[in-house]
Design a protein around this ligand. Structure first.
Ligand SMILES: [Zn+2]
Ligand SMILES: [Zn+2]
Length: 204
């Protein structure tokens, strides 16, 4: 018990060496990889190996990668956006990427959400879909029909990054410098052909 708890009595987070030594679930393994170095995206994105074999099925790995991405967008990205996106009333009164405007996919009533609302609604919807036990049964392989949700999630995540990139470039640069989350997303989309990366700018 003692090794798993800090002096404050909270459960301690596993470090990477421990994660590699234990038969952990994909989610914990990925979280440990990200904590070890979020900037090392080429170590984070590929399916890890154990004894020379993939440690997880590719679908399982993509699934946990997308859940982790949506989670990691909260801080610093969405937190920073809360101040910046509302301040730009003209560009961000609706969801824009450049000149293109998008209707919120969550409401079927044609209601137009402001960009910040759109982003929150879209990410909440993705998180809910990825956590759905019907689409992703906890004790069974991921069914083929659920794989299309990966592409749909990437389309929305790409739109969030592109809005920030196009309309809040300073915020984008600042958040990316500290988190490398966009680089992780771009590599994930490219490696598993989840989203056409020619639509995604390469960050210097
Ligand atoms: Zn905005
Ligand atoms: Zn909405």
């Amino acid at each position: 018990m003692g090794t798993e708890r800090t002096r404050r009595g909270q459960t301690r987070e596993l470090d990477l060496a421990e994660a590699q030594a234990l038969p952990l679930g994909a989610q914990q393994y990925l979280a440990a990889l990200v904590r070890a170095d979020p900037h090392n995206v080429s170590a984070i994105v590929p399916v890890p190996e154990r004894d020379g074999h993939p440690a997880f099925a590719e679908r399982v790995w993509i699934h946990v990668q997308l859940m982790q991405l949506v989670h990691d967008l909260n801080v610093p990205w969405l937190l920073a956006l809360q101040g910046a996106c509302t301040a730009h009333q003209t560009a961000c009164a609706t969801m824009h990427v450049g000149a293109d405007a998008y209707l919120c996919p969550v409401h079927g009533d044609g209601r137009s959400c402001a960009a910040l609302e759109y982003i929150q609604h879209a990410l909440d919807a993705i998180a809910k879909q990825l956590a759905s036990p019907e689409a992703f049964p906890p004790d069974a392989p991921i069914p083929h029909r659920s794989v299309r949700l990966f592409g749909a999630a990437c389309k929305q995540i790409a739109r969030v990054f592109l809005h920030i990139y196009n309309h809040h470039p300073a915020l984008f640069a600042q958040c990316e410098a500290s988190s490398a989350l966009y680089a992780r997303f771009r590599l994930l989309a490219e490696r598993y052909a989840l989203f056409p990366t020619d639509a995604l700018p390469v960050e210097p």
